[in-house]
Structure formats: C-alpha cells, structure tokens
Write a protein that binds this ligand. Structure first.
Ligand code: HEM
Length: 156
C-alpha cells in the first residue's frame, strides 16, 4: 500500500526511482544517447505524484535535459500531467491508463518568449513490473508530430 488515497491507487505502478538509458532523435538534430534518472513520489493523502527527472549525455556524463511536474489521478483510467522545463517549455496533458500504459496527449504546450518553438507533445509510458519504457513525440520547429525520445528504465 502506498500513501495515495484509495481512489488514486491507479498511479501506484509509477511510484519509485527509475534509472536507465535513452536515445534521442529529431529531423533537425544529430541523434544522441542519454542516461536518465526519474522519480515519482507521493505526498500522503494527495491524489497526485511528484515527478522529477534528470539526464546526462551517455558518452561524457555531462548534464543534459531536466524537467519536473505532477501526475494527478482524475477518475477511473483518467489522469492529467503537468510538466515544466527550465528551457521555458510548459506541457499540459490529458491521459489514459490501460493495461500498464499511461498515454498522454498534450492539451497545450506553452513557451516563454525566448524558448524554442514546441506546439504539441505525446508521452506514452509502459510499465511492466519494474521496467518502464517510454516514447515521446513532439510537434516542434515546423516539424509535424515526430518521435524525439525512447528510453528503458528499471526501478531501483
Ligand atoms: C530525456 C529528455 C530530453 C533530452 C535528453 C533531450 C535532449 C535534446 C538534445 C541533445 C537536443 C539537441 C540540441 C540541443 O543540444 O539542445 C534536443 C533538441 C530539442 N529538444 Fe529535447 N531532450 C529531451 C526532452 C525534450 C522534451 C520533453 C521536449 C519538448 C516537449 C524537447 C524539445 C526539444 C526541441 C524543440 C529541440 C530542438 C530541435 C531543433 O532545434 O531543431 N526535448 N533535445
């Protein structure tokens, strides 16, 4: 049993610290590999998880992307996600949960005046026991929705 209220128990499979590797790509950039650490944690009685993430370049260990946000349970099989990136990108998602798959589609992606152009994003997380895999696609810099990231993490 976690600290989640009973009606939000559907978030339980995400809880923990996850570590692993990913691969990034986009039509406008050079492909890259990264190491990633993710945490989903509870605040007792609250119907959401606190999400933090940080990455490093796989070859050098240099810090790369980081982001933080919340995943909130809003009804059976229904979930919402908010994420802020330090580069001035904020994502607001609605999602579904089915058979260990958390599928998020952005309602809005908002950017600060100096941020790179991102107008849409999908994040699909699949949990199988202690393995989390995800795919992230984005609509950005004039490109249609196209894959940017894939990763495989293991719960530690
Ligand atoms: C694991 C997380 C992520 C990593 C490691 C990562 C890494 C990178 C890297 C290495 C680049 C190449 C250019 C650069 O060095 O800045 C890049 C470009 C970019 N990323 Fe990511 N990224 C991540 C997540 C995201 C997310 C969540 C978004 C938006 C929703 C995003 C949007 C972009 C955009 C718009 C570009 C620029 C494309 C261009 O200028 O042509 N990234 N990313």
């Amino acid at each position: 049993m976690s600290d989640l209220p009973p009606e939000s128990a559907q978030l339980e499979p995400l809880i923990g610290t996850w570590k692993g590797r990913g691969h990034g790509d986009y039509p406008t950039i050079e492909p890259f590999d990264y190491l990633e650490e993710v945490s989903f944690s509870t605040i007792p009685t609250k119907p959401f998880l606190v999400y933090t993430q940080k990455t490093q370049r796989a070859e050098t260990g240099a810090p790369l992307h980081t982001e933080a946000g919340y995943v909130r349970s809003v009804g059976p099989g229904r979930v919402e996600l908010t994420i802020a990136q330090p580069t001035g990108i904020v994502e607001i998602h609605s999602g579904t949960i089915e058979d260990g798959v958390f599928a998020f589609v952005s309602d809005r992606v908002v950017t600060t005046p100096t941020a790179v152009d991102v107008s849409g994003c999908t994040r699909t997380l699949t949990i199988s026991g202690d393995e989390l895999t995800y795919v992230l696609a984005m609509e950005a810099v004039g490109e249609p929705l196209t894959k940017h990231l894939t990763a495989r993490l293991v719960r530690s």
